[in-house]
Design a protein around this ligand. Structure first.
Ligand SMILES: Cc1ncc(COP(=O)(O)O)c(C=O)c1O
Length: 391
């Protein structure tokens, strides 16, 4: 087969996937890999979960797509469920995290007035790759060459209260943040920081927008990560695991924020189709039931990782919240990702030196113990190899 037709925008691992089952994926030769990155947080219930496969099949036989010029019952039911879980009032459906963020930004822009249009966002944040979301992404190397001039965004360091207090003022239209920075290297925001962000946005009549694309929908052990901090955002953005791998994003609004997107102001051809919504309803039911297990496994795996951190000097810090784990290394992480792959473990590296794990919610003690064992072997081999070189 001729190769070379794909755009060269991805730097891919050498692994080619053929199929998946539970927490494992299989390559074309039938080799099994334990997947601890789950399609970057999408396959929260693993591969081919019988309950989800059956719902997908059943709905595919009824109706996959309708468009939004008509209604179908699953969209309204899903909206109701998401609003109940988030404490918000209205839902808009799109097809990805970045699109869900764009809808949030359009509401913020529509409400802005001259002198009140600045957005405060976090350094190291990630909000997506479309131009609006990119404008808020606190990683200059991703923004440069693409962002249009005129985007009024102030980037501040996460978890630094004084910087937050300095940045939010009369001219602020919104504060946009990830309650746990994902691509940025797994940095949970302190409860006091989120509470301060809420208090300041209230004082200055700005919106608080929570990007829960990576940390939401059970990933931290609550439906939404901001719920650990006792704050209620005006807009919440979610996607990744929502429809178990079918493209679906949701933007959730308070009644007040929703008023800025009236008829004809926004829309989507595919967003919120019957197949994706039907599956998402099932995912949310499963997610609610899984929350105690997620919290239990979070503690269990964190202990295993702490032991690895004590044993291997290359790990300088472990950061985690729920089933989001970042192993901060004192050197590039990529060789460790490749070594883990050779041992049959799929993880990834973000920010150059952070090994990131976003395990499936269905993983149990056996999978976590195996993961820790493989990581231990990888770090042991690497330190043996470097002492051979230096010794
Ligand atoms: C916090 C956050 N926001 C937005 C996005 C963009 O989502 P998508 O890739 O589905 O557009 C991501 C993707 O990783 C993310 O982690």
């Amino acid at each position: 087969m001729k190769q070379g037709y794909l755009l060269g925008n991805y730097e891919r691992s050498p692994l080619t996937i053929e199929s998946g089952s539970g927490c494992s994926i299989f390559d074309m030769h039938g080799k099994r890999y334990l997947d601890m990155i789950t399609g970057i947080g999408v396959n929260a219930f693993g591969y081919c979960h019988p309950r989800l496969t059956s719902v997908i099949t059943e709905q595919a036989q009824r109706c996959v797509h309708t468009s939004n010029i008509v209604s179908h019952r699953h969209q309204e039911s899903l909206a109701e469920k998401l609003c109940r879980l988030s404490g918000l009032d209205r839902a808009f459906f799109s097809n990805s995290g970045t699109e869900a963020m764009e809808a949030a930004l359009k509401a913020v822009r529509a409400r802005s007035t001259p002198g009140k249009s600045r957005i405060v966002a976090l350094q190291r944040s990630f909000h997506g790759r479309t131009l609006g979301s990119l404008a808020l992404t606190g990683q200059p190397e991703l923004r440069q060459r693409f962002v249009f001039s005129g985007a009024e965004v102030t980037f501040i360091p996460p978890n630094w209260l004084a910087a937050l207090r300095d940045a939010v003022a009369e001219d602020t239209a919104a504060v946009v943040l990830e309650p746990v920075l994902g691509e940025g290297g797994i940095y949970p925001l302190d409860a006091s920081y989120l509470q301060q962000a809420r208090a300041l946005t209230n004082t200055y009549s700005a919106y608080l927008v929570a990007d829960e694309v990576q940390c939401g929908l059970g990933r931290t052990g609550k439906p939404f990560a901001y719920q650990w901090c006792g704050v209620q955002p005006d807009i919440v953005v979610t996607a990744k695991p929502l429809a178990a791998g079918l493209p679906l994003g949701a933007t959730l609004f308070t009644e007040d924020a929703a008023q800025w997107l009236p008829p004809h102001s926004h829309g989507s051809t595919f967003g919120g189709g019957p197949l994706a919504c039907r599956v998402a309803i099932e995912v949310l039911d499963m997610m609610e039931a899984a929350l105690p297990h997620i919290q239990e496994m979070s503690t269990y795996f964190r202990h295993l990782l702490d032991a690895l951190c004590l044993k291997h000097g290359v790990i300088t810090e472990i950061r985690s919240k729920g089933l989001m784990f970042g192993l901060q290394l004192d050197q590039p992480g990529r060789p460790y990702v490749e070594a883990a792959l050779r041992h049959g473990l799929l993880i990834n590296c973000t920010q150059g030196s952070v090994l990131r794990l976003l395990p499936p919610y269905i993983a149990g003690p056996a999978e976590f113990a195996q993961t820790a064992q493989i990581l231990d072997a990888v770090f042991t081999e690497s330190s043996a190899a470097s002492s051979r070189v230096h010794g």
